[in-house]
Design a protein around this ligand. Sequence first.
Ligand SMILES: [Zn+2]
Ligand SMILES: [Zn+2]
Length: 329
Amino acid sequence: MTELRFNPLSGRWVTVAGERMSRPSDFVPRRLPVEAEPNRPCPFCPGHEEDTPPALESYGPKGGWQVRVVPNLYPAFAGAGSLVATDHGPLHRSAPARGIHEVLVLSPHHRLSWADLSDAQAGLVMAAIRDRIEDHAHHAGLEYTQVILNHGREAGASIEHPHGQLLGIPFVPGELDDELGHCARFATDNGGEGLLQAVVREEQERGERVVVDDGRIVALCPYWSGSPYELLIVPKRPVAHLDRAAPADLAACGRVLRDVLSRLRALLGDIAYNLVFHTAPHRADPEFCWHVHVLPKTTTAAGFEQGTGVRINVVPPERAAQQLLDIAD
Ligand SMILES: [Zn+2]
Ligand SMILES: [Zn+2]
């Protein structure tokens, strides 16, 4: 049984997932290569479709698939309905962790990552993300959909086959709530200009931290980067909801992600990373623009960083951007 519990000290929800603990891979030492059960065939490879629940979506030619979306066998969020919190006294607030937890298989190829996808495949992956977010938006009770991709064990991946995850959840999480608040305040203070659009404009003028600008999508190392080689992927035309973005912008986002991930790999080797897709909450219309965070796992957040939320970044983003630019195409 997965349960939400409210942390009154931080003001944020946590998920306590007892059943997920039984996953064989959960406490495997993080230095081992990713492969949950080496003796079991990969459930995401073609020919093993019966090892996963039936696909929710399948993309590609008939008789084969290029991208698949399947329910997660070990969902952190499951069941229909909205957030219903119960107070067990003044400190203990809980709620059933209702929602949707899906797996997005990026490609039929076991050893390829997003850094290897063709233009067409990267576009298909982004189209699948858009379609699933759009679907989640129609589920009453779901407030927000978090799309993530974990690459490498240090980043939390337990199966090597390249895949992302979509989590439709019954509340707006603290991290996104903070971003929404900052974007609203920035627009109010700056004549209505969106925060991320101001970032793109400013960084294009300065030219120090932009890594890719393909006309539709910009990838840059943010001025405020808290960790080495962190990147922000932003569309030039602001749209709050990722699932309402122009198809050409989504396709461009898939290509630009491929380009920066392949540059990161050329520079640093096959390091672990997380991709975090931020989009506006369902059925809300905030001052916001969808975007993607690329967070390479080059360092571990130590005590000071965990205690304060203040990151110590040993690679200035100007240098990171220059190094990524210097990688030949
Ligand atoms: Zn596989
Ligand atoms: Zn964000």
